[in-house]
Design a protein around this ligand. Sequence first.
Ligand SMILES: Cc1ncc(COP(=O)(O)O)c(C=O)c1O
Length: 386
Amino acid sequence: MKLDKKLKQLPLVKTKPTSLDHLFGEQDLQTMWVADSDFQIAAPIQQALMERITDAGFGYEYKPASLFEAQRAWYKKHYGVNLVHEELLYSPSIPTTLTFVMEELTAPGDGIIIQPPVWNDFRNIIRRTKRKVEKNVLRLAASRYEIDFEDLEEKASAPANKALIICNPHNPVGRVWTRAELSRIVDICRRHDLLLISDEIHKDVVLFGHSFTSMLHYANKWDKLVICTSEAKSFNLPGILDSLAIIPNESLRKTIVDTLKKYHLGRTNALSRVALETAYRQGEAWLLELRKIIEDNVLIIEEELHHARSPIKLIKPEGTFQVWLDFRAIFSDTKIMFKQVTQNSKVALNAGHWYGREGALFMRMNIATTGEQVRQGIRKVIGAVG
Ligand SMILES: Cc1ncc(COP(=O)(O)O)c(C=O)c1O
């Protein structure tokens, strides 16, 4: 897989000087934070985009049946579920959909349950829409995170709590929820009449034989369900700005479709349309290669930590291209940890506490890059605390 050196010259969020200054206090850093990858997109996607650019003009486009057919075949083959055309809607990003879901399907003041440490925008969206964050904190048992189902049952049964947002695979702790876990979640939502929102953006990056199950499998048991996903993580396409939501319940779906219409967000971008259809039709080989590289990179981290007898502990991911590193044996103050690791290593990592205080004394490292970069990065981090 080619790493495009030119990527570094793009105005990427992860190398934006003002962001680096603001968050890390300096600019000259190895950037292993924002969750996009360093890899050049799959050759067939690049080719199709080039052909589209040289083709005719850029009139108003719609998403043709061929895109849905490609998507349906992908979902059938990879996740064993049948997509229904009428149940899908597209929006520019998952946060856009989540914001509308909060505003239209819940009420101000409603409790929305999340499972921290978890992707920080869940919390931001809940707060910005004037809902209330309720936490069903994940438990770290040995070196694997688990759902505290007793606590979830309790939170779900509180009348003020109206929705649950899960992240599968889970960013940042790397769990890929099992069918047994998903089915317990569905059962709890059904018994307590909770809106279930499943963010499945990391669905294609599953590692070491783990297998991803979409919530769509359970739509026949509980259809107060919104699934948000996109191909951004799978094919390094976040800059293409497109996302998918699957809402099997007609009345819920109509509410969100009407809101997207109200803000004129249902339009089709010609380039994202081409990129997505090509990814579904011809992207599999590239994705398999990506997964192998990520697995190798996890093993490099394990090997380096072991070799250095480092007190940093790796929470081995089952999915996503992030690793979650445990610094609790070294530090007791999360701010001191962040400052020391950043300043001494010159590697930009996400601080664990950005994902909620439950992530304090952990850090997230993005490993969607070459093995060489990963080895360099982890060595610098090990050296920074040694
Ligand atoms: C769980 C999760 N959802 C959504 C997103 C971002 O979605 P989008 O690319 O549509 O803005 C991310 C990005 O890191 C994520 O981790």
